[in-house]
Design a protein around this ligand. Structure first.
Ligand code: SF4
Length: 352
């Protein structure tokens, strides 16, 4: 069931001409900058979620210089809700790096693209091939699935040996012409035809040569990892209220929601005594007893967080105004351009 790269490419490109997706905003006025932003946003995020974020981002930062010159807070604000905020911080760092080290020009070779923060080999390959129409392999989750099934690779796609083998196949099949269309087509086939469950093999241009299809193994490949049960953590969010404003803290740059703004929090379920002591000792605030908003769960990639939002009226503020670059009093009715993680946005809406 072997197939020559030229035949493989022909099947893929013919399919792309008829069925490929050609309407996404980043597919027009293609530049390395625009493709780069789209590729980073599309990591871990569905395309329909990305489109409005991408459009807003481009309105504010139409080019690399505007992104590099923007305050990180503004970048995080426009990213808020997309999750995986390291992506936004890396974008900002990389834009500054391009301004300083590459004279403001997005690098035009694969090795240099990979030196930028947040850009691994697959993303670099996507930018290089889609924006510059140059031959480069990609191996995102969709392409891994297509190649694993096509080649009948029945080992976990998390194993290093399997990944190496998939890279070998990805490189084996890349064309020297129409590189942008080919890369887009491979992504599209993974996203729309060779889907995780119920792949539509009857519509797939690769079906004549696909090992998983012919051996009735599409439900077995890619080999699934045993699903891990995520641990559960509990936190009480302290919504300290004073004259219609709530206290927000800026989180440390690294870690969960790094650099974003959230409520002070303490581990565990809400207990009046713990809250009062924390507010007194850590925040120098005297508080009234709390009221609870409905609790909810937010899931990160490696744990669930059960959140108990406690509304806590503050008796009075200390004489010295308690604001600096790491904490502010925020009016939910007059929101500022701050990066707020999604659960904080949800609570703010409730407070309104
Ligand atoms: S034939 Fe089916 S399993 Fe094989 S690549 Fe196409 S959609 Fe995927």
């Amino acid at each position: 069931m072997t197939i020559r790269p030229s035949s493989f490419q022909k099947l893929i490109l013919n399919w792309f001409d008829k069925h490929g997706r050609k309407h996404f905003p980043w597919q027009h006025n293609k530049t390395p900058y625009r493709v780069w932003i789209s590729e980073i946003m599309l990591q871990q995020t569905q395309v329909n979620t990305v489109i409005p974020y991408y459009q807003t981002f481009m309105q504010h930062f139409p080019d690399l210089k505007s992104l590099a010159n923007a305050p990180l807070d503004q970048v995080l604000h426009l990213w808020a809700g997309l999750g995986y905020y390291t992506r936004a911080r890396n974008l900002h760092r990389a834009a500054k790096m391009v301004m300083e080290q590459f004279n403001g020009q997005f690098p035009d070779n694969l090795a240099a693209i990979q030196t930028l923060p947040g850009i691994g080999p697959s993303t670099a390959g996507a930018i290089f091939s889609i924006a510059l129409n140059q031959p480069a392999a990609i191996l995102d989750g969709n392409v891994k699935r297509v190649l694993a099934r096509f080649q009948g690779i029945a080992q976990s796609i998390k194993d290093k040996n399997t990944v190496d083998e998939l890279w070998k196949w990805a490189k084996h099949y890349i064309p020297s012409k129409r590189c942008a269309d080919y890369t887009q087509a491979m992504m599209d086939i993974g996203a729309t035809v060779c889907t995780r469950s119920n792949p539509q093999c009857n519509l797939c241009p690769l079906n004549k040569h696909c090992i998983a299809y012919h051996q009735n193994m599409t439900h077995l490949i890619p080999v699934k990892q045993a699903t891990k049960t995520l641990p559960v953590r509990t936190a009480t969010f302290l919504i300290l209220q004073h004259k219609g404003q709530v206290l927000l803290h800026k989180r440390p740059p690294m870690g969960i929601w790094g650099g974003l703004w959230s409520f002070p929090e303490i581990a565990g379920e809400p207990v009046n005594e713990n809250i009062r002591t924390y507010c007194k000792q850590q925040l120098k605030l005297d508080v009234h007893p709390f009221n609870l908003l409905p609790s909810f769960r937010h899931t990160f990639s490696h744990y669930h967080l059960d959140i108990h939002p406690a509304i806590i009226p503050v008796k009075r503020l200390p004489i010295r105004i308690m604001e600096d670059e790491l904490q502010i009093w925020y009016n939910p009715d007059e929101p500022k351009s701050l990066g707020l993680p999604k659960p904080i946005q949800v609570i703010m809406r409730e407070l309104k």
